[in-house]
Design a protein around this ligand. Structure first.
Ligand SMILES: Nc1ncnc2c1ncn2[C@@H]1O[C@H](COP(=O)(O)OP(=O)(O)OP(=O)(O)O)[C@@H](O)[C@H]1O
Ligand SMILES: [Mg+2]
Length: 252
């Protein structure tokens, strides 16, 4: 199956995910282009990570279809899905603690089959571009939490992916680090042709970073639209935003 209209998109359609008696995702459809940033938000347990697990091949959905660039990839192993251009990060940091920042980023490229000389150049370019060249020889274990988050994202980008799924990259970051992350992420789609699906509970970050939002509640899509539309949606306010600090108030 090759659907031309989805040639440069990641799509999920009608995804259902059942865990013994619990419907964690119920008919969820979503799409991500290579030049946009889409936010996936919703209360704890609403199914956000489960959807990322389905998209990235960690879970085979009970029903529904996932496509990458028009090709059906539903239920393929994570390794195959990353070859198709999709990379994800996890809710907890997963870096090689005994390798340097440079080696961690280079490994991302090598793991994706990029030649050694090119992988080295790519790692160098990314560290410079994201302003962490001075950390190149620091071991993963010695980094601050915020630095680890960035290195993890650079390792993903180093694979030359077209779709990057970030599961709570700002969790545990202070306001300044989260602001810096916002600046660094916002250029990725245009600079690398890599679309971003980002999950985060930091509404200040999400509302400023994303062009579109997708809101889940109890496994169901309850709203989709621009940050302005979603913020003004009474169903979303009741299910989720009402319990969050209002970004305008400057609370975090
Ligand atoms: N492997 C699993 N087996 C059984 N139940 C699961 C599994 N993974 C997730 N769940 C359940 O599915 C529901 C959705 O969980 P999920 O982790 O996707 O939520 P989330 O939106 O990412 O929440 P959070 O904001 O807390 O990270 C929850 O009720 C969770 O307990
Ligand atoms: Mg989660």
């Amino acid at each position: 199956m090759h659907d031309l209209s989805n040639r440069e998109r990641l799509t999920a359609s009608g995804v259902v995910m059942d865990f013994a008696g619990l419907r964690a995702l119920d008919d969820v459809s979503l799409s991500l282009g290579q030049h946009e940033i889409v936010g996936l938000i919703g209360p704890n347990g609403s199914g956000k990570t489960t959807l990322v697990n389905v998209l990235s091949g960690a879970l085979a959905p009970t029903a529904g279809t996932v496509t990458i660039d028009g090709e059906k990839v539903t239920g393929l192993a994570p390794r195959k899905i990353s070859h198709a251009g999709l990379v994800r990060t996890f809710q907890t940091v997963r870096l090689f603690g005994t390798l340097s920042v440079y080696e961690n980023v280079q490994l991302g490229a090598l793991g994706a089959g990029i030649r050694r000389s090119q992988a080295a150049a790519k790692a160098h370019e990314l560290l410079e571009l994201f302003g962490i060249d001075h950390l190149r020889d620091v071991l993963g274990d010695s980094l601050s939490y915020g630095q680890k988050r960035i290195v993890e994202i650079l390792r993903a980008i180093a694979t030359d992916c077209n779709y990057l799924l970030l599961d709570e990259p700002a969790a545990g970051l202070n306001e300044e680090e989260s602001d810096r992350l916002l600046g660094q992420l916002s250029n990725i789609p245009d600079q690398f042709g890599c679309g971003i699906l980002i999950i985060d509970h930091d509404m200040n970050l999400i509302m400023r970073l994303c062009q579109r939002l997708h809101v889940l509640n109890q496994g169901k899509t309850i709203a989709e639209g621009t940050p302005e539309q979603v913020r003004a949606n009474p169903t979303v306010v009741e299910a989720y935003l009402g319990s969050q600090a209002a970004p305008e108030a400057g609370a975090s």
